[in-house]
Ligand binder design. Sequence first.
Ligand code: PLP
Length: 403
Amino acid sequence: GRLRENRETMVNQKSLAYGVEKSSIREIAGYAMQRRAEIGAQNVFDFSIGNPSVPAPESVRTSIEAAMQLPPQQVHSYTPAIGIPQAREAIAASLRRRFGDHAAQADDLILTCGAAASVSMALNSIVSPGEEVIVIAPYFPEYRVWIDHAQATCVEVLADEKTFQIDVDAVCAALTSKTRAVIINSPNNPVGAVYTRENLDAFANMLRKRSTELGTDIYVISDEPYREIVFGNIEVPWVPDVYERTIVCYSYSKSLSLPGERIGWVLVPASNPEQKEIYAACAGAARLLGFVCAPALFQRVIIDCVDEPADVEAYAKNREVLTEGLTKLGYEYIQPDGAFYLWVHAPGGDAQAFCDVAKQFELLPVPSDSFGCPGWLRVSYCVAYQTCVDSLAAWEKTLAAMN
Ligand code: PLP
């Protein structure tokens, strides 16, 4: 279109800034796509993006095919804003089976367009302009954007530098009378850490004590899209049982490999003293954000597939071959207990410098700076097993070239 001269354009400046801002993850993914076209997919080691490599389960296809036999107006209509009652009931029943009879009721749930919507709704339900929201760094970069949209301040608190568990003392030091919420994410993107019960207990006790002293209510927004993706007998505690003022955000993007379909939920459990009000504010936030309702077809799919187990085998194999290979080469990393990310210490300490060298060998991890924690590499290993195996030569060559 035409450019106005000597005048700012009329567009919203904040939206414009986010629209033109470059996401380093997407930029690397775009470069990887270009290189695949140029030199063949088998020669590119793209560890950039968290798109599950495991196919969605067969039961998803069966459910969609069954829905296609129904009259279209029954399948494609608007649903109630909070979701189809049968979907909310199926999810609540599943949560009760897994976490106890008190865990959820259908009326505590709202179906959403994925975890992005769930976390945005949770934030807008409790946070007012000018308040503060704490994130545990390194963290999923979109948190900063959603907090900004709620006109709140994003306060970064580094995780424990050795274990990448929550640094309870550091969070305590960052709390102010303006702190309204802490976002936690376990199993964690980008580190793969799973917060232990001891860590969460200490965190909850500290929050209770400090919020009484400060005279405020502090909420925990528990973002859990990787809850089922854990290796071995790792416990992922049910956070509302540890801390009462918790809002749980979930998505089927990772567990059922449906990231493009936009389906998840937000739960405001009865453990919250102001449960009814927060739930109503969550529904209001969905309206404010223009979400209308979660995709109707996939709400139906969830009714059928709510207890479908996540297929973690492929990720477990990738984790094993990468961690064994990188250990032999002398890399240091955080042993991941969950999700499908490996957090590797950047040899030399400069993540961007490492990535610039790695690029020459078609090795494409993401430098950690955009996650709010310099000096590391995020390796998304939700890729083909052979890519992990074949990448080891590139990891070796990069290390040699750095020295
Ligand atoms: N939260 C975390 C920690 C994530 O890693 C992601 C996606 O990668 C999301 C939220 C967004 O998930 P969804 O696709 O369900 O919106």
